[in-house]
Design a protein around this ligand. Structure first.
Ligand code: NDP
Length: 484
């Protein structure tokens, strides 16, 4: 198969015929090829998005709501077909993709479709004269996605952008471009006008073109901190609005009074779900001293017994392959560093070759104990299945250590003490906090980072404000006074 750029309601041939490969991470084999967005595609994308914006932004919120809800129904009808596409692109288990990726993408579009009807301005009397405000869309927005939740990220960016009346040019990661094209096709089928959601393919250079383009009003980016800084610098060229969803190294704090089974479940979810390739992962697991021996005993036992690595399409598999050979080597490099720097390897720490998918990019779920705050594995985002367990004595100490990072995406606290739970999360320098839970991200809840983990939020009603701008209109009702 050759996947093409999706412009103005259809797959569009590029002029150069230049393609790149997408590899199935579970098999190491070529999955399909993708046509790169060359000059002709880029020109067509901008032109089409401008026309799409004119039509879409002149429709009422209710009309946009009806069309977007149709797209939600189609996404849900095709759940399993779309989930399989995500499995081939990412290597994650079908068991996960079939209940999370498409579902949470559809939820976000449904949520913002509902908000589309309530976008409104205000009016104030000024003693005869008055003013009113209009909340207007920004224009053409660019969405740039990471490879871990490709379809979900495309939905999370398209949902508020389109609900607010913008058009969007979306660039998926070159490693996982299929889902975004499927979403574009579904939008057309649902009745979204052509040009409202276009998809361009390519690597950093195509992303850089989008972020520097003067006709683009906003960039919503998901990816690494380093790339985010480049995107923001390029966006500054014409003062584009930006939303930045970046990396993390989040703390998960487990107090002595925590429910032990729940705390172990959270640590496993926060490190091994999606093979550890989740931005909000709680990779620094702080365990209070008294509970520590029991905690690591249960953690090791459940990790070694319950995690099933294998062919991601097999419904019993709950642990898939990493995105690429490069990424696998990067993760193995961090494991090597952990060993060298004196952490104790409690479990995993090696490559895996599950039966039937021996050539896939699998790394075992890995647990390091005896970690210290200055170790590389404790400081840097690994984005793989590597958990660092640390111990602590008291609350004040753990708060200080948990915040001692340049990231600020998420944090989790496990305790039965309701006051302590809130007291601790109120002091976390993190945009997303969970109490006796980890990882849940419903559409109603804003998500985003403090510090280097990001700017702006996705999901939640406030996101509409980031895809609209206020126009104030002053209306003079009396003869105009003038000194001239
Ligand atoms: P990258 O930063 O490498 O890439 C993200 C996207 O940006 C890709 O589409 C990439 O293209 C593109 N890109 C690369 N260079 C540029 C550039 N100069 N200008 C514009 N676009 C560019 O991130 P990954 O794909 O490796 O994703 C993993 C990272 O994403 C982790 O740090 C993770 O924490 C973060 N993330 C954050 C989330 C959040 O919500 N906070 C959610 C999910 C992931 P290409 O890949 O095709 O080269």
């Amino acid at each position: 198969m050759i996947l093409k750029n999706f412009i103005n309601g259809q797959a569009l041939d590029n002029g150069t015929g230049k393609t790149f490969d997408v590899i199935n991470p579970a098999t190491g084999e070529l999955a399909y090829q993708v046509e790169e967005a060359d000059e002709s595609i880029r020109f067509a994308a901008i032109e089409s998005s401008q026309l799409g914006f004119e039509i879409w932004s002149s429709m009422s919120g209710l009309e946009r709501n009806r069309i977007l809800l149709k797209a939600v129904s189609i996404l849900r009808e095709r759940n399993d077909e779309l989930a399989k596409i995500e499995v081939i692109d990412t290597g994650k288990p079908f068991q996960e993709a079939s209940v999370v990726d498409v579902v949470t993408g559809a939820d976000s579009i449904e949520y913002f479709a509902a908000l589309a009807v309530s976008i409104e301005g205000s009016q104030q009397d000024l003693g005869g004269d008055f003013y009113y405000t209009r909340r207007e869309p920004l224009g053409i927005c660019a969405g740039i996605g990471a490879w871990n939740y490709p379809l979900q990220i495309a939905c999370w960016k398209a949902a508020p952008a389109l609900a607010s009346g913008n058009s969007m040019i979306f660039k998926p990661s070159e490693e996982t471009p299929h889902g975004a094209v499927k979403l574009a096709e579904i939008f057309i089928e649902a009745g979204v006008p052509v040009g409202v959601f276009n998809v361009v393919h390519g690597a950093a250079e195509v992303g850089a073109w989008l972020t520097g383009h003067s006709d683009i009003a906003k960039v919503s980016f998901t990816g690494e901190v380093g790339t985010g800084k480049k995107v923001m610098a390029a966006a500054a060229s014409n003062l584009k609005d930006v939303t930045m969803e970046l990396g993390g190294k989040s703390p998960l704090i487990i107090f002595n009074d925590a429910d032990l089974d729940d705390a172990v479940s959270a640590a496993m979810l926060a490190n091994f779900y999606t093979q550890g390739e989740i931005c909000t992962n709680g990779t620094r697991v702080f365990v209070q001293n008294e509970i520590y021996p029991k905690f690591i005993e249960l953690l090791k036992q459940r990790t070694e017994k319950n995690i099933i690595a294998g062919d991601p399409m097999n419904p019993v598999t709950n642990f898939g392959a990493l995105i690429s050979e490069n990424h696998k080597n990067l993760v193995l490099g961090y494991i090597e560093k952990g060993n060298q720097e004196g952490a104790f390897l409690l479990s995993g720490g090696k490559e895996l070759s599950p039966e039937g998918v021996e050539a896939g990019f699998f790394v075992a779920p890995t647990i390091f104990t005896n970690c210290t705050d200055d170790m590389t594995i404790v400081k840097e985002e690994i984005f793989g299945p590597v958990m660092s367990v640390l111990t602590f004595d008291d609350e004040a100490e753990v708060i200080k250590r948990a915040n001692d990072t340049e990231f600020g995406l998420a944090a989790g606290v496990f305790t039965q003490d309701i006051r302590r739970a809130h007291r601790v999360v109120h002091q976390m320098e993190a945009g997303i906090c969970w109490i006796n839970a980890y990882g849940a991200s419903p559409s109603e809840m804003p998500v985003g980072g403090y510090k280097l983990s990001g700017i702006g939020r996705e999901n939640g009603s406030s996101t509409i404000n980031q895809y609209t701008q206020i126009k104030s209109v002053y209306v003079g009702m009396k003869p105009l006074e003038s000194p001239f």
